[in-house]
Each structure stands twice: as structure tokens, then as C-alpha cells.
Design a protein around this ligand. Sequence first.
Ligand code: KG4
Ligand code: ZN
Length: 332
Amino acid sequence: MQNPTILAIESSCDDTSAAVFKNGKVASNFICNQKIHEQYGGVVPELASRDHLKNIVPVVEEALKQSNTKLEHVDVFACTVAPGLIGSLMVGVCYAKGLAMAMNKPLIGVNHMQAHVLANFIDEPTPKFPCLCLTVSGGHTQIVLIKNFLEQEVIGETLDDAAGEAFDKTAKMLGLPYPGGPLVDKYAQLGNPKTYDFPEPKIADLNFSFSGLKTSVLYFLQKQKLANPNFVEENLNDICASVQQRIVSILLNKLNKASIQTGIREICIAGGVSANSGLRQMAADFAKQKNWNLYIPKFEYCTDNAGMIAITAYQKYLKNEFDDLDLSPMAR
Ligand code: KG4
Ligand code: ZN
């Protein structure tokens, strides 16, 4: 069958999401973000699993409804299998397995990072192979060489914190609630990125490091607050703009290095941090200067979503890469 209907589930962290892929495209992508973690300043794994359990049935029903699909018309079930929080993954994997078993249909397990990359292939125009993808999320920061849909090679990655963590930890130091990345972005848009100069780490190859930046922001804030206890409140926009500028320049300078090394100018960006307005703007500037063809998914396909699981499952379906019902989630 060239045109299967696929029901995909994503539950690797704190978003419960389901999507339907049919007639060759993502027909629905419903995402339920768990608010419960805000009060704890980070994702609490046990609470995440419990919330997935509560959300999974209505989220799947909504994805089916929005795409006008009946469960009995689904040809293939798919789910994120790794990497992620094991309890969270378990909910999506077990639910997808249960549906596949009950409906007597095949099952496909999908790698979450591979799926973030393939989010760039949901809407036209799509990148041409080979291309490079900067994948920036809360848990990962990678430069990936994409030879074709399922042949992806990580050619650079973070040695410590992920880019999303750098945003979230900065936000925490500024007293902003979790997840702080979007808030740093919001305040940065009102500030001057040239106000404070934070150091760019000197890391070999195509790898990244954000822990030095985190420490320098911490020491900078401690020093400023000694002189003026209201320093953060009075300068929030400029601090956010300056830190964001540095995170983004670290990312794009490495991406540029990868483009020069490989000679590839088909460039994609993926993962939650690709929603960042500073990254989008500066990437567009780089694209103009360096003659890149730049691709960034729509916002709903940047952060965790099942649409990207569905399109990856479709590619695996075309290659007959099915899993059996022994499929187990893996944290890594
Ligand atoms: O890909 P994702 O939804 O989940 C993971 O797989 O980790 O990425 C979540 C990360 C969080 O660190 C969040 O703060 C960050 O993406 N993020 C942003 C923005 N939107 C989400 N960081 C900076 N600016 C944004 N607009
Ligand atoms: Zn993710």
C-alpha cells in the first residue's frame, strides 16, 4: 500500500501528542502540553508519566477527530521509542502496542531525534539530500548529516548542556518560570543584544559546550546584584537579548563550520529551540550571506509533536522497517 493511514504517538517527555498521517501528508497533529511541571521548575518524570496516562486517550481521540479518521481505518500504529524519560515513553509505547494488537495492524517504533530532523519534510518546500540539520532541543544539540530520510549521521554534538537547557537555566537564574526558553525569547525581543558580552567557548571540531556560558552568566549576575539588588528587574530585556545572542552565535558559527567542511548548503534547523525568534532571524541572515537554502519547520513541528513521528514512521513503512510487539522503550 503506497498510501497508508498512520496513527502516531509522541510521549517522550512532557508533551502528549498524537497525529494522523494520511493521503501522503500529516492530516492532524494534536499536542497537549503538561502544565504541572511549572511549579517545580523542571520536568518531574513521575508526574509526566501520570499525566501521559491521563491524556493519552483523549489526545488520540482528538487527533483522529481532527483528521476525520476512524480507528478502524488506521493501517499502521507508530510511537516514539527513544530517547526520553522511560516512564513517559512507556505510556506511548504500551498504548500504541495495545492498539496494534487489538486492531491486528503493524507497529513502527521511531527515534525522537531522527523525527525532529524529519519535521523539515512535513511541508513544502523540502530540503534536498544531502543536507545538514542543526537539531536543538531541551535534551540534545546536534549537527546531523542527512544522507537520506533514514540515513542520518551525527557529526557534532554538545559535550555538556543542550542549547534548550542553556536557555532554561538562564531563565531560572533570572527568576523566570519553567520552561524559560520561550520567555527569554520574549524579553530578548525587547532588548539590545550588544549590551553585555558573554564569552564564546573554544571547542574543537563540530562539538558544542554551553556550561561555560552558564557559569559566566551566573557570576555576572552575582556581581551585578551585589552592586544593585534590582539589576535583573531593571535590565531583564537586555540580559535576555545578550545571552540569547551568544547561544545563537555559538550554534550558527558551528553550523557554518559544518557547511564549509562538508560543502553542503542545504541547511535545516529542528527541535524546540528552533522556535526561537533570534535563531530564526540570525539563521536567515546567515542564509543570505552564505547562500544557504534554509529550512525551519512550522512552530507546531519545532517543539515535541507526533506529526514528526508520523512522517518518520511513513518513511520507515516505505522501507518495510516494522517492529514486533516486543518493542520496548529505551531511555537513550
Ligand atoms: O524539542 P523540545 O520540545 O523537547 C525536547 O525534546 O527537549 O525542546 C524543548 C526545549 C526547551 O528547553 C525550551 O525551553 C526550548 O526548547 N524552547 C525555546 C523556545 N521554545 C522552546 N528556547 C528558546 N526560545 C524559544 N522560543
Ligand atoms: Zn524533542
